[in-house]
Ligand binder design. Structure first.
Ligand code: NAD
Length: 265
C-alpha cells in the first residue's frame, strides 16, 4: 500500500517570518506539522516569545536564525543551520523583502542595492545552498514570494519591481534546471496584503493626500486591486501548503497571482 503523503516532520525555512506574510506562511506550515526555522528582524525577547508560542500552539519544533539576508554568507549560514539542526531542508520559502518608494532620479543608490540584495539576491543564495540537499533526498519545495510587481510595474518602485521580476525569472530557471529531480520551484505573486510593509505606504499616502488611513487604504485598493479587499496572510499560507503537497508535484516554474484581479487588467 502506498504511504499517504504528509507534511508532518518536513523541515522548512521561511525567510522574513517574524512578521506579516512570512509569519502567516510559517504558521500554516507549522499547522501541518512541519518543523519551521524562523528568520527576520525584531526584538530578541519578542521573537523568543513568538517562537515558544508557535511551538506550543502547533506542537512542532520551531527554531530561529537571525541571518541578515542582505549578506550572501548569512543566507548560506541560515540554510546550513537548518541542515545541521535537522539533517536537511525540505521546504524553502524565500519571503524576506523590503520596499523603497521614489522616482528613479531620486532613488538613493544604497536603497537600490539593499532592495536588490534582500528581495532578489538572497533567494539566489538560499536556493543555491539548499538545492544539493533537496536533490539528494528527491523531494524539495521552493516557494518564492514575488509580487504582482513581479508581473507588472508601478511608478516609483524601480528597485522593487526589478527585484520581483528577477525573482520570477530566477524561479523559472531553478524550475527548469531541476525539473526531473523532485524539487519544484514556484513563485507566489500577491497583490496588496495588509502588513507592516503596506501600512507604511498607506500612512505615507494618508499624510501626502490629507486623507484618513481608511480613505487612503480604500484608494490604494481601488487603484489596483479589483476585488477591493486585501489578500490575507492565511490565503498565502494555504497556497504555500498546497504547493508543498503531492497535488502540486508537477507544478513548477509557475508564478501565481493572488491579487484580486490586479494583473488580469
Ligand atoms: P513585513 O515587513 O511584514 O515582513 C518582512 C519580513 O522580512 C520581516 O520579518 C523582516 O524582519 C524581514 N526582513 C527584512 N529585511 C531583512 C533582512 N535583511 N534579513 C532578514 N529578514 C529581513 O512585510 P510583508 O508584507 O510580510 O512582506 C513579505 C514579502 O511579501 C516581501 O518579499 C514583500 O515584497 C512581499 N509582498 C508583500 C505584499 C504586501 O502587500 N504586503 C505584496 C506582494 C509581495
Amino acid at each position: 500500500m502506498q504511504e499517504t503523503f504528509t507534511l508532518k516532520g518536513k523541515r522548512a525555512v521561511v525567510t522574513g517570518s517574524t512578521s506579516g506574510i512570512g509569519l502567516g506562511i510559517a504558521r500554516a506550515l507549522a499547522a501541518q506539522g512541519c518543523k519551521v526555522m524562523l528568520n527576520g528582524f525584531g526584538e530578541p525577547e519578542a521573537i523568543e516569545t513568538l517562537r515558544r508560542a508557535l511551538e506550543e500552539e502547533y506542537g512542532t519544533e520551531i527554531a530561529y536564525n537571525a541571518a541578515d539576508l542582505s549578506r550572501a554568507k548569512e543566507c548560506e549560514a541560515l540554510i546550513r543551520d537548518a541542515e545541521n539542526s535537522w539533517g536537511g531542508v525540505d521546504i524553502l520559502v524565500n519571503n524576506a523583502g523590503i520596499q523603497h518608494v521614489a522616482p528613479v532620479e531620486d532613488f538613493p543608490p544604497e536603497r537600490w542595492d539593499a532592495v536588490i540584495a534582500i528581495n532578489l539576491s538572497s533567494a539566489f543564495h538560499t536556493i543555491r545552498a539548499a538545492l544539493p540537499g533537496m536533490k539528494a533526498s528527491g523531494y524539495g519545495r521552493i516557494v518564492n514570494i514575488a509580487s504582482a510587481h513581479g508581473l507588472v510595474a508601478s511608478a516609483c518602485k524601480s528597485a522593487y519591481v526589478a527585484a520581483k521580476h528577477g525573482v520570477v525569472g530566477l524561479t523559472k530557471v531553478v524550475a527548469l534546471e531541476n525539473a526531473e529531480t523532485g524539487v519544484t520551484c514556484n513563485a507566489i505573486c500577491p497583490g496588496w496584503v495588509l502588513t507592516a510593509l503596506v501600512e507604511k505606504q498607506i500612512h505615507a499616502r494618508a499624510e501626502a493626500e490629507n486623507l484618513s488611513v481608511e480613505e487612503a487604504s480604500r484608494h490604494l485598493l481601488s487603484e489596483k486591486q479589483p476585488s477591493k479587499r486585501f489578500t490575507t496572510v492565511d490565503e498565502l499560507g494555504e497556497l504555500t501548503v498546497f504547493l508543498c503537497g503531492p497535488a502540486a508535484g508537477n507544478i513548477t516554474g509557475a508564478s501565481m497571482p493572488v491579487d484580486g484581479g490586479w494583473t488580469a487588467q
